[in-house]
Ligand binder design. Structure first.
Ligand code: SAM
Length: 228
């Protein structure tokens, strides 16, 4: 009898694994399809002047030749829109990679007179990003901090308008706890890769059960406001 049970347990385990895989693939496909649908309604980006033309060409070049887990174009544009529309002066980004999202922030900050502090743990990607900020003419408004952001962010002291989390997903709660006191009332906490497959349940709990915060998730981006 005991010997009969083993194959059926293995069979059940295999079926559960296949089912979980199917659900997870289905979810990511749906998410991707939703993003494609949204993007189909968009045009551009259309440069308004020579500076924007130059910067948009650099952004294209980064995606083509130096991409490393950068946000998609659609999300970069969203970051710029939010930053410029709320006249953000102080933006903090965790996870620079090769500087793609940083330059989208930079485009907005050139208009608002603000600055970005961005953190990267990998020296090679940090060097590439630094070079990209330079050729985009943004070295003065973007400070890249090389090292583990979990330690380095404790040096921040000024009020933050926008915090963008795009590094180690399991670290989002720690970043949130460390930086929440600095987020100004009305400030935003944006988190990338917030979808059913990748979101850290503890981070989701932290941003959805605190009455001082209001959160929506759209197209894989968690958008949280610290209420006034
Ligand atoms: C998804 S990529 C960031 C993409 C970037 N925001 C963009 O859109 O261009 C995540 C980056 O976070 C960095 N990272 C991971 N853990 C980190 C940590 N503890 N401190 C600083 N950077 C970290 C990784 O090395 C990686 O380059």
């Amino acid at each position: 009898m005991k010997q009969m049970k083993k194959p059926s347990i293995i069979m059940a385990g295999t079926l559960i694994t296949i089912f979980a895989l199917f659900i997870s693939l289905n979810l990511s496909e749906r998410l991707f399809a939703d993003r494609q649908e949204d993007a189909r309604l968009e045009k551009g980006p259309l440069p308004k002047d020579e500076n924007e033309k130059k910067v948009l060409a650099i952004l294209e070049d980064i995606l083509e030749n130096q991409s490393f887990r950068n946000v998609p174009l659609h999300d970069g544009r969203l970051l710029r829109i939010m930053t410029e529309s709320m006249h953000a002066k102080n933006v903090v980004e965790i996870g620079t990679s090769t500087g793609y999202s940083g330059i989208w922030f930079g485009l907005a900050l050139q208009q608002t007179g603000g600055k970005l502090t961005t953190y990267e743990i990998d020296p090679e990607r940090a060097a590439t990003a630094q070079e990209n900020f330079k050729r985009a003419g943004m070295s003065k408004i973007i400070t890249l901090v090389l090292g583990d952001a979990h330690e380095k962010v404790t040096e921040l002291k000024e009020p933050i308008d926008i915090l963008f989390l795009d590094a180690d997903k399991s670290g989002y709660v720690d970043y949130l706890n460390k930086l929440m006191p600095l987020i100004r009332p009305g400030g935003l906490i944006l988190a990338h890769n917030i979808n059913p497959r990748m979101a850290d349940p503890d981070y989701m709990k932290a941003i959805t059960t605190n009455p001082k915060l209001e959160t929506v998730v759209r197209g894989g981006m968690g958008i949280t406001i610290k209420k006034h």
